[in-house]
Design a protein around this ligand. Structure first.
Ligand SMILES: [Zn+2]
Length: 408
């Protein structure tokens, strides 16, 4: 994992590209609206020492909005510098709250797609927990594709017919048999979103009965809430439910259902191959106008949110209440690097044992187990996702810690 630091120890000057066209529709009507300087290239990676974490390569980010289709993207995204390996730890499957959500979604997909006996291909399967759960519940066969797949003992059961291909999805996989294609939390990492969907369309071929299930973060909520911690370098593509569905329609899919789940944080979309691929479908002006309105107000909402969090953290430090973040996630990396936080944060807690003992890229904060938290005597615990607040409060009570608990 330290290869990154060895290969690229210093921030590289960013050459401002000539206006890049919109990766979702090809339009040149794109307008930058949000910039962050020098943020870590990756925020799910684990580093072995604070020095390696602080030396982790950084880049600038500039979000641009497409005035023709409403898509948002990092116009400075440097795809060749990204590398995904088995050192990534993106799994949320150690949280009861997340597991309940994942179990419900597994049940829903199993029923909606009538998955029993079918062949499921999951593109970007991470460590494979979701695919294994789905195949176990439905009695389906699975193939998971992800360069970050790592077979950890005990992480997934060996009882079902699931195999994993630790590679980036590409033409080599077009021959894989697939009745159901699943892709969760992956599209936002793809810069060339149209080519990616075209590749899936090509993999499916002439069949019309294949079901495609996508789960992608909802950017409309991020814009509404000024949630700057939900913007990080690996996420180069940002969708609302409407712009997500529109992209699929343009690339030859019929969208059956698109909805928001997980406290409105994620888009879940069911689609099928359409008869007419690659049609030109103009975006709904109402959809674009809504996103444009949110984009225009976003910088002011971010300034307000950043000021509020800085004030809160500084006030706690002034009154000798130690501040701890709960969740060594991408949100934590984004929060501390965007606000430039260092010693103001005493530690970062995570219940995922694969993260404990490691360090956050950028700031180099240590990630500790909940059991180690008592030694820090925290006064303020900031939970990285409001959905985990109750779970975290219960855990703190169990540990005999009576800190103020707030959520992003
Ligand atoms: Zn566009």
């Amino acid at each position: 994992m330290d290869d990154f630091a060895a290969r690229d120890p210093a921030p590289r000057p960013v050459l401002r590209p000539r206006t890049s066209n919109c990766p979702a529709c090809g339009s040149s009507e794109v307008e930058p609206f949000y910039r962050v300087k020098s943020i870590p290239l990756h925020s799910c990676i684990l580093l072995e020492s604070p020095e390696a974490a602080q030396a982790f390569p950084r880049r600038d980010l500039e979000l641009a909005f497409c005035d023709d289709c409403g898509f948002a993207f990092n116009a400075l995204f440097d795809a060749p510098s990204m590398a995904y390996s088995t050192n990534f730890e993106e799994s949320q499957h150690f949280s009861d709250t997340f597991n309940t959500f994942a179990r419900d979604l597994v049940g829903e997909i199993s029923e909606t797609c009538e998955a029993a006996g079918k062949q499921v291909v999951e593109i970007g399967c991470g460590k494979g927990e979701f695919l294994v759960q789905l195949c176990e519940l439905a009695g389906a066969c699975g193939i998971g594709i992800d360069p970050g797949y790592r077979a950890d003992p005990g992480r997934t059961s060996g009882a079902v017919t699931v195999r994993f291909i630790p590679e980036l999805f590409g033409p080599a996989h077009f021959d894989l048999p697939s009745d159901i294609v699943i892709c969760r939390h992956t599209l936002e990492h793809i810069p060339a979103v149209r080519s990616f969907l075209a590749a899936i369309r090509q993999m499916i071929g002439p069949r019309r009965d294949v079901q495609i299930v996508f789960e992608t973060p909802d950017f409309a909520r991020v814009l509404q809430e000024g949630a700057f911690w939900d913007i990080y370098y690996e996420h180069c593509s940002y969708f609302s439910a409407d712009t997500h569905a529109d992209l699929f329609r343009r690339e030859g899919f019929a969208v059956d259902e698109v909805k928001l789940v997980y406290g409105g944080q994620y888009i879940v979309q069911y689609a099928r191959p359409a008869a007419q691929p690659f049609g030109t479908i103009p975006a709904d002006p109402g959809v674009v106008a809504e996103i444009r309105h949110l984009v225009q107000g976003f910088p002011a909402r971010v300034r307000q949110s950043q000021r509020a969090w800085r004030d809160r953290i500084e006030a706690a430090n002034r009154s000798d209440r130690r501040v701890v973040l709960w969740g060594g996630s991408s949100k934590a990396v984004s929060l501390v690097t965007t606000l430039g936080l260092g010693a103001e944060i005493a530690a970062v807690v995570d219940i995922n044992p694969y993260k404990q003992g490691k360090f956050l890229p950028g700031s180099g904060h240590a990630v500790i187990a909940p059991e180690a938290l008592s030694a820090f005597d925290p006064g303020l615990v900031i939970v990285m996702n409001p959905l985990y607040r109750e779970e975290v409060s219960r855990r703190l009570t169990g540990l005999g810690i009576s800190a103020e608990v707030v959520a992003l």
